[in-house]
Design a protein. Structure first.
Length: 134
């Protein structure tokens, strides 16, 4: 597995509209996409900073993963996503090294990317996402 760059940093927020206003009006960034990811029970907003993206995540269901995260930890950094050539190959590679997976195979995520998550119990407490176009 070769990581090419940080794809995005996921930040859980209570209110997407308020968070977008902060990133645009205070930090001067421009939201370039808003997307509902129904199977993940989340609504996202994206900003680009150089090659890296910031993904804001608002839960659409308190029982979804981001809803549970917000209930337990409150708003803040939710996950770190790395770009790889092929998510399924990368998941197999890290699993062979003893990493606990949340996703054994890739699934569709925001922006049409294939994604797979590694369990924070195996990643020093950081929810880690692998992303690719393949």
């Amino acid at each position: 597995m070769e990581i090419t760059h940080i794809e995005h940093i996921g930040i859980a927020v209570n209110n997407l509209d308020e968070a977008i206003a902060y990133y645009e009006n205070v930090l001067g960034l421009k939201c370039y996409a808003i997307e509902d990811i129904t199977d993940q029970k989340v609504k996202t907003a994206f900003f680009k900073v150089g090659q890296t993206k910031i993904e804001l995540l608002e839960s659409t269901d308190p029982e979804g993963p981001v809803g549970k995260f917000l209930e337990k930890k409150g708003p803040g950094v939710h996950h770190l996503a790395f770009a790889v050539d092929n998510v399924n190959e990368a998941l197999n590679d890290v699993a062979s090294k003893g990493v606990q997976l949340i996703d054994k195979t890739s699934r569709k995520g925001a922006e049409g990317l294939n994604i797979g998550f590694l369990h924070p119990k195996s990643t020093l407490g950081v929810l880690t996402e692998l992303c690719s176009l393949k």
